[in-house]
Design a protein around this ligand. Structure first.
Ligand code: ACO
Length: 350
């Protein structure tokens, strides 16, 4: 039997500490008017001293499991999309697996920067379609504030911290992930990088003094590529799904910069009502930005079975992607699940 992959649970977490544009005026030579007009950001959230990608991801994951009415012990696989893991080893997904007590789950991290959620969603979908896993937790989390050069006004104004999670499950319905388009260009990796701290340039007193462990970015070069690849991949994903923009209930894009979103919206020809934007309150939260926006969208808007959502992202690497999703009949997916679990239990007990 062919299965599709449907989202059955979701959750997100934003740290309590707010860093406003006015707060940033005290750190670097910038001002609220410049930041708002060039980026659309008013404030962003910053992780507290005891918060990390795994602690924030765990909170989001618990919400997603509760929404899906699943126990952590039911999970087969945890994928964590992050550019800012707690450590190089172990994977942040393993820390979340431990925190949740997901004793039957495999776990690994995936790093495609701000496109991470879409790459993780594509990977989870492949696991489900190939029959390799049935109940998958996807967590996307970032603690970007720990990798900021707080003296560099061209980067530190843009980013924020947060985490979000979704549960992905098989369904026989013609719903869930309908199409995915992914892409990359490693030849322009210099446009956005954290140069030091890996095997090419291990951490040293020198790298620390240079702040080479912090995000460096060529913002205006990225800008043009971001608009082009987001619009193109979105159009390809729509065509693969056999849909046009007027079929979309909402577009939930990676929140990188308000001007990038407006230019992408114009290129796609979608209405203001279809475009979901929350960058003003969170800034760019990397891999977690789409699932945080999805969580907020679902909280504030009614969604019907059969509604179509478009996710589209662009990030360091460089990487990009677009996914078209048809909202599934979630109670029916849960019924399919209980039936499968009942059969699994019967097979075990003979
Ligand atoms: N406050 C005041 N002035 C500033 C600031 C600031 N925070 N930052 C830069 N400036 C100045 C520059 O020094 C420059 O001054 P100059 O003309 O005297 O040299 C002027 O503003 C214009 O600089 P630009 O870099 O050309 O400004 P731009 O309009 O391109 O905006 C920005 C910069 C906001 C970074 C924009 O290019 C952008 O958002 N790019 C995309 C970045 C992005 O999305 N990155 C992440 C994508 S991938 C991922 O999400 C991980």
């Amino acid at each position: 039997m062919d299965y599709n992959a449907a989202i059955t649970g979701w959750g997100w977490y934003s740290p309590a500490q707010v860093l406003s544009n006015h707060d940033l005026e005290k750190l670097v030579d910038t001002n609220d008017a410049w930041i708002q007009s060039r980026t659309g950001i008013r404030e962003r959230r910053i992780a507290g001293p005891n918060e990390t990608t795994s602690t924030m991801g765990t909170i989001a994951a618990r919400q997603a499991l509760e929404e899906a009415e699943l126990s952590a012990r039911d999970l087969d696989l945890i994928i964590c999309a992050t550019t800012t893991p707690d450590h190089l080893i172990p994977a942040t997904a393993c820390l979340i697996q431990r925190n949740l007590g997901a004793n039957h789950a495999a776990a690994f991290d995936l790093n495609t920067a701000c496109s991470g959620f879409l790459y993780a969603l594509a990977t989870g979908t492949q696991f489900i379609q190939a029959g390799g896993a049935r109940r998958i937790l996807i967590v996307a989390g970032e603690t970007l504030s720990r990798f900021m050069n707080w003296e560099d006004r061209s980067t530190c104004i843009l980013f924020g911290d947060g985490a979000a999670a979704v549960v992905l499950e098989p369904t026989a319905q013609t719903a869930g992930v309908l199409s995915t388009v992914l892409g990359s260009r490693g030849d322009v990796e210099h446009m956005l990088s954290i140069e030091a701290g890996g095997s090419a340039r291990p951490a040293s007193a020198e790298t620390l003094a240079e702040k080479a462990h912090c995000v460096r970015m060529k913002g205006n070069e990225i800008f043009k590529l971001a608009v082009r690849s987001m619009a193109q991949s979105a159009q390809e994903a729509l065509a693969k799904a056999g849909l046009v923009t007027s079929d979309l209930r909402a577009v939930i894009p990676h929140q990188a910069n308000h001007r990038i979103l407006t230019a992408t919206q114009d290129a796609l020809g979608v209405s203001d009502q279809q475009m979901f934007v929350n960058i003003d309150r969170y800034g760019n939260t990397g891999a977690s930005s789409i699932p945080i926006a999805l969580g907020e969208f679902l909280q504030g808007n009614a969604i019907d079975v059969g509604d179509h959502l478009l996710f589209v992202a662009f990030g360091g690497g460089l990487t990009w992607g677009a996914t078209v999703l048809r909202w599934a009949d979630i109670p029916a997916v849960k019924m399919e699940r209980w039936e499968t679990m009942r059969k699994e239990k019967l097979a075990l007990t003979g």
